[in-house]
Design a protein around this ligand. Structure first.
Ligand code: SAM
Length: 191
């Protein structure tokens, strides 16, 4: 079974997008200065739709066609513009910003709750100079009270900043956010 099959099955009964990441929405003032954004493995588009509603030219990249359908139909209902790209971020070469509509790199990149270490290492190359990245991944400490996500999908304590080479941290936190223990990195590409 492919990643697309697995996630399409998971989203089969969904009809509404998930909630936007409160890590991202908590930085609306920084995002106000971003003309473009991309949400990588952004699911049903909760965060991408929120970004698009701010007037940011937003691209949602996802392996699940079902998730993208939900995001597109919600964008149409809400009257917001959202670009969608179906791509397997583990199997295909990393899509370049130019190939996805932002010629000089995105001004903001979001990667939440999706761990593919090579992708994190490539985020700086997706960003325009000065662009910002929001990376939010559960840590192994999350296993203390949650059986899922399983260990392959979790970062070790202190690991996240080192995975995002070429980015300069603005803030880095590891803590319980509600019932999840997460690493949250806000970083920018120098320049
Ligand atoms: C835990 S969900 C997180 C969704 C969203 N980022 C969020 O925080 O709500 C993981 C997402 O990664 C997507 N995904 C899984 N494997 C993928 C891959 N190889 N390429 C692109 N997206 C993938 C899934 O379809 C799913 O929407």
């Amino acid at each position: 079974m492919t990643a697309a099959d697995r996630w399409d099955a998971k989203y089969a009964d969904w009809h509404e997008p998930g909630s936007p990441s409160e890590f991202v929405t908590g930085h609306a003032e920084l995002l106000a200065e971003c003309p473009t954004a991309v949400d990588l493995a952004g699911g049903t588009g909760g965060t991408a739709l929120w970004l698009a509603a701010l007037g940011i030219d937003t691209t949602l990249v996802e392996v699940s066609g079902r998730a993208l359908e939900i995001a597109r139909s919600t964008a149409a209902e809400r009257g917001v513009q959202l670009r969608t790209v179906c791509a397997d971020l583990e199997a295909e070469p990393l899509p370049t910003a130019a190939g996805l509509g932002s010629e000089r790199g995105w001004h903001a990149v979001v990667c939440a709750n999706f761990l593919h270490r090579p992708l994190l290492g490539s985020l700086s190359g997706l960003l325009a100079p000065g662009g910002i990245a929001f990376v939010q991944i559960a840590t192994v400490k999350n296993l203390l009270i949650n059986a899922r996500p399983g260990r392959p999908y979790l970062v070790e304590r202190g690991e996240l900043p080192g995975l995002c080479g070429g980015l300069e941290p603005i803030s880095f936190e590891e803590d319980w956010f509600g019932h999840r223990h997460e690493a949250r990195l806000l970083a920018h590409r120098p320049g």
